[in-house]
Ligand binder design. Structure first.
Ligand SMILES: [Zn+2]
Ligand SMILES: [Zn+2]
Length: 285
């Protein structure tokens, strides 16, 4: 059975629009992975709004479908589309939501625990949005996931790796019928991270990776910002013998022309590099 992948949002940090952004799109991170009737969504950036409409058009409301939503992390560009995800409002949809639990020390010395349920609920506090998550009528089951976890959703095996990024991100390795797709954003590279990712994504058919900057941009003032370069992505692909690189998490300042120039440079070093436009889809197997 094939593993199908479709990108509904590939912009990083904040959505963009305008004539300079028509080719690669402006919606923030959302990727849909499908294996038979198993539907897995990675992140709920603004791209998830269109995915929700596509799922509605495919009849999910009538079928009473099951959806799995995995969060890499909960920065705004990865959660801000959730309040606009129509299937979450349908009582006959069962939504499994997976995310990390983070514990902070409050000023009074007490532990302040943020699981994925609380994090999404706070985003829809009445001060920010008129509809609380409580009123989203789908059946919701929350799952805590952490670095090093591996689990199954139907016949898809999923593994999680900690990525170097403020508040820690999860990379996901999806494996089904001997096809492997690895999704890795947001991440800042270093020697250890490159080595760990090459091992984690070893032999993958596709690595989707945070290629927000050129190496020149990164070195000129983006060190410590939590994002990476396509040169680092290529190093991971070469070391891990990965077949194809999908360049994602486009900088909001990067126009279509800039992204095309970055893609040409990346292809000159690694021919199977693709600068992913919003709406891009492919099938493994
Ligand atoms: Zn991001
Ligand atoms: Zn982030």
């Amino acid at each position: 059975m094939p593993l199908q992948i479709k990108y509904y949002g590939v912009r990083g940090s904040v959505p963009v629009s305008g004539a300079d952004f028509t080719r690669f799109g402006g919606n923030t991170t959302c990727c849909f992975v499908r294996h038979g009737d198993t539907r897995i969504i990675i992140d709920a950036g603004t791209g998830i709004r269109m995915l929700g409409l596509d799922l509605m058009a495919s009849g999910i409301a009538q079928q009473g479908g099951v959806l799995h939503l995995l969060f890499t992390h909960t920065h705004w560009d990865h959660v801000q589309g959730f309040p606009f995800f129509v299937p979450a409002f349908l009582p006959n949809v069962h939504l499994h939501i997976y995310g990390q639990t983070k514990t902070f020390m409050a000023p009074d010395g007490k532990e302040d625990v943020w699981d994925i349920e609380r994090t999404l609920k706070v985003q829809q506090h009445f001060m920010y949005f008129p509809v609380d998550t409580h009123y989203m009528a789908s059946q919701k089951t929350y799952h805590a996931i952490a670095p090093g976890d591996s689990f199954r959703i139907d016949n898809v095996r999923i593994a999680c790796l900690a990525l170097y990024h403020p508040n820690t991100t999860l990379a996901f390795r999806f494996e089904a019928d001997n096809k492997v797709f690895v999704f890795s954003t947001d991440v800042e590279h270093n020697d250890k991270m490159i080595e760990e990712l090459a091992a984690f994504a070893s032999g993958a058919d596709i690595l989707a990776y945070d290629c927000q900057y050129t190496t020149a941009e990164y070195e000129a003032g983006k060190v410590g910002w939590g994002h990476s370069t396509y040169d680092s992505a290529i190093a991971i692909c070469q070391r891990g013998k990965i077949r194809e690189l999908h360049m994602i998490h486009h900088d909001p300042l990067h126009t279509d022309n800039t992204l095309l120039a970055m893609e040409a440079d990346a292809k000159s070093k690694f021919p199977n590099a693709i600068m992913i436009p919003e709406g891009y889809s492919c099938t493994l197997g």
